[in-house]
Design a protein around this ligand. Structure first.
Ligand code: NAD
Length: 359
């Protein structure tokens, strides 16, 4: 497959060498007064040296480091970055490059969108999740305490640069989180992409490059067809209603190990596939395949009846509920999602039973 630049709504997403050329060309054309690179402690160590070695410029450059991890995706961190920009002499002609996972690109995009009423920024995602998911759609922002992504604006970067070589240092559990979203993209949009993802274990690195590219194409196609987030874009929530509730339950419960977002979404994908069988007649063989493929990559988690009850309670707080009803995205077939499905609670208990049974 020929990996080409993807035209998103209002900006472009460049891959590998073309991304490097894009940034160097941008610096020549825009001549920013100063260049700022936002990193977290991990991307400072693992990604910054490679990124700097590809830069070809004599524009003055400053590095701003923040602490890694979702708990730091808060307004306090933005305040630190705004101060750093101001003290280091950032003006309206400065350019901010966000080099990191989705936490850095979301927070850095928000900081750039608000500093001096908005300065230019470029996103260079370094995690798989940030490449295949956070790179598209122009959403920037931070959490408000435990409330995810409550504060933010939609604003586009000048461009996004995806260099898959950054993934060499990404921890395996973080890699899997991105894969959960890629599996989702196949299930909601493309049977052929789902089939390719199913053979991921036997694939080469070059094949992974193509899968990332195709995943970005899918998300971009969904987002550009539904700018107002009315219908198609809601399908991106497949597996997330239950996934978010499971993630929050584990976070709030000291007896349980915390699950990363993608690990919880992976469980959500299996549960939603079972619910799709029951509610929309998705063939059981498809749900079994989803369970088997997810089982190859993600360790199984066990939940008691009481825990499932608590998880169901948490779903009542989902931002996407309408008039108190929990709305699920389910599948009629692979690539044929249906939004706003309401599911009887007993079915959710059965879905967990199904998830725990061997295939
Ligand atoms: P993250 O940025 O916290 O990265 C996960 C971990 O991987 C961090 O410890 C980070 O330092 C580390 N890391 C990143 N790249 C690395 C590399 N190449 N080598 C070594 N370590 C590396 O989180 P994430 O999983 O990338 O993204 C999750 C965030 O993205 C959430 O805040 C979520 O809300 C947001 N998100 C945004 C959108 C959007 O549309 N804007 C979409 C999906 C998710």
């Amino acid at each position: 497959m020929n990996i080409k630049t993807i035209q998103a709504q209002g900006y472009s997403i460049y891959f590998n060498d073309e991304g490097t050329s894009f940034i160097n060309q941008l610096l020549v054309e825009k001549k920013p007064s100063k260049l700022f690179i936002l990193v977290d402690d991990h991307t400072n160590e693992h990604c910054l040296p490679m990124f700097l070695s590809s830069l070809c410029t004599d524009i003055p450059l400053e590095i701003i480091e923040i602490e890694s991890g979702e708990p730091h995706k808060q307004i306090d961190t933005c305040v630190q970055v705004w101060y750093a920009l101001s003290e280091l002499g950032a003006d309206r002609k400065s350019l901010l490059i966000n080099l990191g996972g989705g936490m850095v690109t979301d927070l850095g995009g928000f900081v750039a969108s608000t500093y001096m009423r908005g300065i230019d920024f470029v996103n260079v995602p370094t995690s798989l999740l940030a490449m295949v998911d956070a790179s598209v759609g122009g959403k920037t922002g931070v959490d408000l305490g435990a409330l995810k992504n409550l504060i933010g604006v939609i604003n586009n970067p000048l461009g996004v640069v995806i260099r898959t070589e950054f993934l060499d240092t990404l921890p395996a559990n973080e890699l899997r989180c991105g894969m959960a979203e890629m599996f989702k993209h196949g299930l909601i949009y493309s049977e052929s992409y789902w089939q390719k993802m199913c053979s991921l274990n036997e694939l080469s690195v070059a094949a992974l490059d193509e899968l990332i590219y195709e995943s970005v194409l899918i998300k971009n196609s969904i987002v550009t067809q539904d700018i107002g987030e009315q219908h198609l874009r809601k399908t991106l929530n497949y597996g997330h209603t239950l996934g978010h509730a499971i993630e929050s339950y584990c976070l709030q419960n000291p007896d349980r190990e915390c699950l990363l977002h993608g690990e919880a979404v992976a469980i959500g994908l299996v549960l939603s596939s079972y619910l799709s069988v029951k509610e929309l007649g998705l063939p059981l063989s498809v749900a079994n395949k989803v369970k088997a493929v997810i089982g190859e990559f993600f360790e199984k988690q066990f939940f008691t009846y009481e825990e499932i009850t608590d998880i169901c309670q948490l779903m009542r707080f989902d931002k996407k509920n309408v008039r108190g009803n929990v709305h699920f995205v389910l599948l009629e077939a692979i690539g044929k999602p249906k939004i706003d499905c309401i599911v009887p609670y007993e079915e959710i208990y059965k879905a967990f039973e199904y998830y725990l049974e061997e295939v």
